[in-house]
Design a protein around this ligand. Structure first.
Ligand SMILES: [Zn+2]
Length: 219
């Protein structure tokens, strides 16, 4: 969207946020404000100012990870995160890959959400400590190993790669369940390692092996 349209939209979002703030009654829920402003740094600043004025208990960065270039998402997240209060949760909506999570956490983001673990799982694309695995690949046909020997999830403790491949190729719904359970476990372990490093004030000196030679057909 162009600048004028984005400006109008962010002002509309602020008016909605104000109405939500006033209507919100439930004491067992936290209502966060969401910063908009598209791909324009100055509009992100303007939106952040307007939303922070409404005094929410936490703030989200919205409108990113919706098809723009990865580098632009990272630049805008890095620009927007420090505009938000230091002592309140910051939530980056729709992000991301294991390495995005490491990078954005270091910008000061606390919360994330993404369909990637389950959507990839349903397509047979599995995250492991050695990188991504495409369970469709014929090399897994006879592999008796767990998906990720380092993973303690139910799928890895009970099923082999060969069996998971068989389920996937046969279009068995159990493939989607077992794959999803594993990918979610992988992301949970990934985040708990990250939280531990932050708590212990250690550098985040690891990353996810993006290029492990596995063909994943642009999942
Ligand atoms: Zn697992």
């Amino acid at each position: 969207a162009d600048r004028a349209y984005t400006q109008k939209s962010l002002e509309l979002s602020t008016r909605w946020a104000k109405r939500c703030r006033e209507a919100h009654r439930k004491e067992n829920q936290q209502l966060f404000g969401i910063v908009q402003g598209g791909t324009f740094e100055d509009l992100r600043e303007e939106s952040a100012k307007q939303i922070i004025d409404l005094d929410f208990p936490g703030y989200a960065i919205g409108g990113l990870s919706v098809g723009e270039e990865k580098s632009q998402m990272l630049d805008l997240a890095a620009h927007t995160a420090p505009l938000l209060p230091n002592d309140l949760p910051r939530y980056l909506m729709g992000v991301g890959t294991p390495n995005d999570l490491l990078q954005c956490a270091q910008m000061g983001i606390d919360l994330f959400d993404c369909v990637m673990p389950t959507r990839n799982a349903r397509n047979g694309s599995l995250f492991t400590s050695e990188g991504k695995i495409n369970i469709k690949n014929s090399k897994y046909k006879t592999e008796d190993l767990p998906l990720d020997p380092q993973c303690a999830c139910n799928t890895c403790r009970n099923y082999s790669r060969a069996y998971l491949r068989h389920l996937f190729m046969a279009d068995e719904i159990l493939a989607m369940r077992l794959n999803s359970l594993h990918n979610i476990a992988f992301f949970q372990t990934w985040m708990s390692r990250l939280r531990r490093a932050i708590r212990e004030d250690r550098p985040i000196d690891w990353s996810f092996p993006e290029d492990n030679g596995e063909e994943t057909h642009g999942d």
